[in-house]
Design a binder for this molecule. Structure first.
Ligand SMILES: NC(=O)c1ccc[n+]([C@@H]2O[C@H](COP(=O)([O-])OP(=O)(O)OC[C@H]3O[C@@H](n4cnc5c(N)ncnc54)[C@H](O)[C@@H]3O)[C@@H](O)[C@H]2O)c1
Length: 346
C-alpha cells in the first residue's frame, strides 16, 4: 500500500445525498484532516442542496466527480444498499479508498466481490457499522469478556426508510456485527422467526445464533414498535453486563471482585443442605462497575478512523471481511425465517 502520506487534508467525496449522506458530508466538512470536494447523487437537486451547504461540487455520477476532481483519495457511499456494489466498484477500480454504509451489500457474493477487488487494488474498504464506535460498545471493549449468552433488543417505530431491505439487514445487522465482535467465533447454527407486515420483507424478527464456542445470542429487531429501545444484556463466567445504547449507560457486574467471600459462600452451600443465607447482601459479593461512557458522536469517530486508515494504510476498524460476515449471518437468518414461515412446526 505504498502511497503518498502527506499531512495535507485528504480530498473526499460523499456518494448519496440522503439522510446518512448528509451526516457524512457535515462531518467531513468539519474535520481538518479532510477536504470535502464533492457530493454525488443521481437526484442532482439533492446533490446541489448538500453541496451548497458545504461549498463543494455537485455531480450526478462518480465519473463526473472524478473528471472534476482527479485527485480524489477517498469516498463514503451512502446510497440504498442495492447500489453499493456497482458504485463501490467504480471507486475501487480507480484505487479510491471507500467506506460503504452498512449493510456492505445485499448478498454475500456481492460483499465478497468487493472485498476481493479492494484487496487486489490495495484499497482501504471500511464498512459503516457505526455502532462499533458507539461509546457504550467502546466502553465495553475495555472489559475482558467471554460471553456465554447475549440478549439484544433493537426496536423502533416504522420510519419507512431502508424498505429496500428487511429488518434483519436494516437493523439487526448492527447487533450481528457487535455480537460477533464480542464473541469472536464462527456460527454453528441459526434458528429464526419473522413476519412481514408492511411490505415484502420482514419487519419484525428474532434470531437465536449458536456460536462454535458455545455462546448463544438471542437477538430481536423490530421496525414496527411503538417505542425505541436498544438494549443488550450479556453474561459470562465472570461478569454480567447490561447496556442501554440509547441512554448511553451500562453496568458491568464482576463476581471476581470478591472471590474470597464467594468461596466461603460456596463452601457453605456445599456443606449444608438448607443454609440460612437471609442475612447475606448479594451486592456485597460482587463488584458493580458503571461503564465510563464519553459523549462522542459515533459517526464522527467512524469517519476519523476511516481517514486514519486511509492516511496510514492500516486495516480499518470494521473491515470488508467483518461486513461480509454480517451479511452472511443476516442472509442465513432471513433464510431461516423463510423456512419457518413455510413450515412453522420445524
Ligand atoms: N450506519 C447507520 O446507522 C445507518 C442508518 C441508516 C441508514 N444507513 C445506511 O445508509 C444508506 C443510505 O440510507 P439513507 O437513510 O441515507 O437513504 P436515503 O434514501 O435517505 O438516501 C439515499 C440517497 O442515495 C441517492 N441515490 C440512489 N441511487 C444512487 C446512485 N446510484 N448514485 C448516487 N446516489 C444515489 C438517492 O437519490 C438518495 O438521495 C443505506 O445503505 C442504509 O442501510 C446506515
Amino acid at each position: 500500500m505504498a502511497r503518498q502520506n502527506s499531512q495535507a487534508p485528504l480530498p473526499v467525496a460523499v456518494i448519496g445525498a440522503g439522510r446518512m449522506g448528509g451526516h457524512h458530508a457535515r462531518i467531513y466538512a468539519s474535520l481538518p484532516e479532510a477536504q470535502l470536494v464533492g457530493i454525488v447523487d443521481t437526484d442532482i437537486s439533492r446533490a446541489h442542496l448538500l453541496a451548497q451547504q458545504h461549498n463543494c461540487g455537485a455531480y450526478a455520477s462518480i465519473e463526473a466527480l472524478l473528471t472534476a476532481c482527479p485527485d480524489l483519495r477517498a469516498a463514503s457511499i451512502s446510497t440504498p444498499t442495492i447500489y453499493h456494489r456497482a458504485l463501490a466498484e467504480t471507486l475501487l477500480i480507480r484505487a479510491i479508498d471507500t467506506l460503504i454504509e452498512k449493510p456492505l451489500a445485499p448478498t454475500v457474493a456481492d460483499a465478497q466481490a468487493l472485498v476481493a477487488l479492494a484487496r487486489s487494488k490495495q484499497c482501504v474498504l471500511q464498512v459503516g457499522h457505526s455502532e462499533r464506535f458507539n461509546p457504550v460498545v467502546r466502553a465495553l471493549s475495555q472489559h475482558q469478556l467471554e460471553p456465554r449468552f447475549i440478549e439484544v433488543h433493537r426496536i423502533s417505530p416504522m420510519r419507512f426508510r431502508s424498505v429496500d431491505i428487511g429488518v434483519v439487514l436494516d437493523l439487526m445487522i448492527h447487533d450481528i456485527d457487535i455480537v460477533h465482535h464480542l464473541v469472536r467465533s464462527p456460527v454453528a447454527s441459526i434458528a429464526a422467526v419473522g413476519v412481514a407486515v408492511i411490505g415484502r420483507y420482514e419487519d419484525v424478527a428474532n434470531a437465536r445464533i449458536v456460536f462454535a464456542n458455545g455462546c448463544v445470542a438471542n437477538i430481536t429487531a423490530s421496525r414496527l414498535a411503538m417505542k425505541t429501545e436498544r438494549r443488550m444484556r450479556l453474561f459470562s463466567p465472570d461478569a454480567y453486563v447490561s447496556v442501554d445504547y440509547q441512554k448511553k449507560a451500562g453496568v458491568v457486574i464482576h463476581k471476581t471482585a470478591n472471590q474470597e467471600q464467594l468461596d466461603i459462600l460456596q463452601q457453605q452451600l456445599a456443606a449444608e443442605e438448607t443454609p440460612d443465607l437471609s442475612n447475606l447482601d448479594y451486592t456485597q459479593l460482587v463488584h458493580v462497575d458503571q461503564l465510563e461512557i464519553d459523549d462522542q458522536e459515533p459517526l464522527k469517530l467512524q469517519l476519523q478512523s476511516f481517514l486514519h486508515a486511509v492516511r496510514n494504510r492500516t486495516e480499518p476498524v470494521v473491515t470488508g471481511e467483518d461486513g461480509t460476515f454480517a451479511v452472511d449471518v443476516a442472509t442465513r437468518i432471513t433464510e431461516a425465517i423463510a423456512r419457518h414461515q413455510a413450515n412453522p412446526n420445524l
